[in-house]
Write a protein that binds this ligand. Structure first.
Ligand code: PLP
Length: 387
């Protein structure tokens, strides 16, 4: 059976060149980067070279980068770390209603401990207003955390503008760039951020490795207790193969990002144009252009996203109904509710995300099969009958 993977926002395959770069660090060069002997120093060199690459890619300095176990840890570290370090200055955090759970759950934990969290709404296309951020700042605000692009609907936020406001008010600003790094330019100075999270497996690197940018001078509590790796900022033995892989993935993205984005935008825009021509009662979720190059999200009325997903899966096509983390839950996506969809419409949403190995013929295959699947499911749908 033909297999077509269109769920790159959930995770991407690890690029074979990345795998090759990691291999020596499992057996030949297995040392602990904290060891003083030659084995350790070999690992330490790979660690620092990787740090240098990641920093350069983000427009940061090497000592402003710490490695982590992925997007979730980087996000948790940013939220809990600022709360711990600046909790004596204030107890107010500003975030949005469409953040990934790696941000909203730590915020919920802090809320139980007495912090006040402002969850800003978004407009119909999923954009956070910089003006709303400005209005929400009080003299108790210690942190603003707004994601760079949303993982479900792909909307890209006005981070540079929000960053300018945060800077003027002297408030620490974090952005979750897990969906953007490697796909569109992410420069910590252009974006005016103090903290920024990235994750390797979203841009053809290995799973279980990420990084957190910490602007020099930003106060951050220690998230993991243990050894003094990363100059005491993140305990635990370095995952050298993962870190080397992350660095190689970044190198490949620096080389290919522009060309890949152009190609994906063409595929994306083809889907945005063709799907409504082939299927009635569909609606694009998110912004038509201010969105990730590889993301399309449609609500297809009168049927359930899960049924579409499973029917496409039987034809070898992998898509998603929301973020990977919420797709096993029956609750409608908080992102789709935040852009104003009713529960029924939110339940009928499908996310299609492309990547490095997506071909034009994959999109042909989807465009050939999605209308058939929708037609079949609607024929069985009591909601469609009543229409
Ligand atoms: N933030 C966003 C926007 C994401 O899309 C994800 C993963 O889906 C994460 C954070 C969590 O990243 P990780 O899987 O590396 O922990």
């Amino acid at each position: 059976m033909k297999r077509v993977y269109l769920d790159y926002a959930a995770t991407s395959p690890t690029d074979p060149e990345v795998i090759k770069s990691m291999e020596p660090y499992f057996f030949e060069k297995f040392g602990n980067a904290s060891s003083l002997h030659a084995y350790g120093q070999e690992a330490k060199k790979a660690l620092e070279d990787s740090r240098h690459n990641v920093a350069e890619f983000l427009g940061a300095k090497p000592d402003e980068i710490i490695f982590s176990s992925g997007g979730t840890e980087s996000d948790n570290n940013a939220i809990f770390g600022v709360a711990e370090a600046l909790g004596d200055k204030g107890n107010h955090i500003i975030t949005s209603k469409i953040e990934h759970h790696a941000i909203s759950e730590p915020c919920a934990v802090l809320e139980k401990k007495g912090f006040k969290i402002s969850y800003l709404g978004v407009d119909k296309q999923g954009i956070v207003s910089a003006e709303d951020v400005k209005k929400a700042i009080t003299d108790k605000t210690i942190l603003i955390s707004i994601m760079h692009a949303n993982n479900e609907i792909g909307t890209i936020q006005p981070i540079a503008e929000i960053g300018k406001i945060a800077k003027a008010k002297g408030v620490c600003f974090h952005s979750d760039a897990v969906q953007t790094a490697g796909h569109i330019p992410v420069d910590v100075n252009n974006l005016n951020v103090d903290l920024l999270s990235i994750s390797g497996h979203k841009f053809y690197g290995p799973k279980g490795v990420g990084a957190l940018f910490i602007r020099k001078g930003t106060r951050l509590g220690k998230f993991l207790q243990g050894g003094d790796q990363e100059k005491g900022r993140r305990a635990s033995t370095h995952n050298i193969p993962g870190i080397v892989g992350l660095s190689k993935a970044i190198e490949l993205c620096s080389k290919n990002m522009k060309k890949e984005a152009e190609f994906q935008i063409a595929l994306r825009d083809r889907l945005i144009k063709e799907i409504p021509k082939k299927i009635s009662d569909v609606m694009l979720n998110g912004h038509p252009t201010q969105r990730l190059p590889n993301n399309v999200n449609f609500s297809i009325k009168y049927i359930e996203g899960e049924s579409i997903l499973l029917s496409l899966d039987m034809l070898g096509i992998a898509v998603s109904t929301g973020s990977a983390c919420t797709s096993s839950s029956l609750e409608p996506s908080h992102v789709l509710l935040a852009i104003g969809l009713d529960h029924e419409t939110a339940h009928g949403s499908v996310r299609i995300t492309m990547g490095r190995w997506t071909k034009e013929s994959d999109i042909d295959y989807l465009l050939e099969n999605l209308p058939k699947v929708v037609h079949k499911l609607r024929a069985m749908s009591p909601l469609y009958d009543k229409k």
